[in-house]
Design a binder for this molecule. Structure first.
Ligand SMILES: [Zn+2]
Length: 131
């Protein structure tokens, strides 16, 4: 890994090439347009299912666009428009296959957290909890 984006800041482990900078800025644009939570959820779901980061749609797009950028500098295009089009057409998240599973998992985790938090607040301080 040559770089890692953190919302609107990118950390590089070496002096970055223009391609690496461009690639990272595609991810920053994805965060901005699609939303951090949606990107992270989709990214790790796809990574978990495939085991391969290079087939994660967010990476697929970043590599396509950084390749386009480095192949022909005269080819001017809008990364934001490209990200919006992928997002609009559902290319980042495969709805049928993934959303149910993820939402169920996320909802369950939130419910468990909420229940745990509520139980903790409701627990008496005399050591009788749990019953
Ligand atoms: Zn990337």
């Amino acid at each position: 890994m040559a770089a890692i984006p953190f919302i609107d800041v990118v950390a590089f482990n070496n002096e970055p090439t223009l391609r690496t900078i461009f690639h990272s800025l595609v991810h920053v644009t994805q965060f901005s347009v699609v939303g951090l939570e949606t990107v992270m959820e989709g990214y790790f779901r796809a990574l978990n299912e495939s085991g391969l980061w290079m087939v994660v749609p967010f990476e697929e797009q970043a590599y396509q666009l950084d390749g386009r950028y480095t192949r022909n500098a005269a080819d001017v295009f809008s990364v934001e428009d490209e990200v919006r089009e992928w997002h609009r057409s559902g290319r980042f998240i495969k709805e049928e296959k993934n959303t149910g599973l993820c939402n169920r998992g996320l909802k369950q985790a939130k419910t468990e957290y909420t229940n745990c938090t509520l139980q903790s607040k409701a627990a008496p301080l005399d050591g009788t909890f749990p019953p």
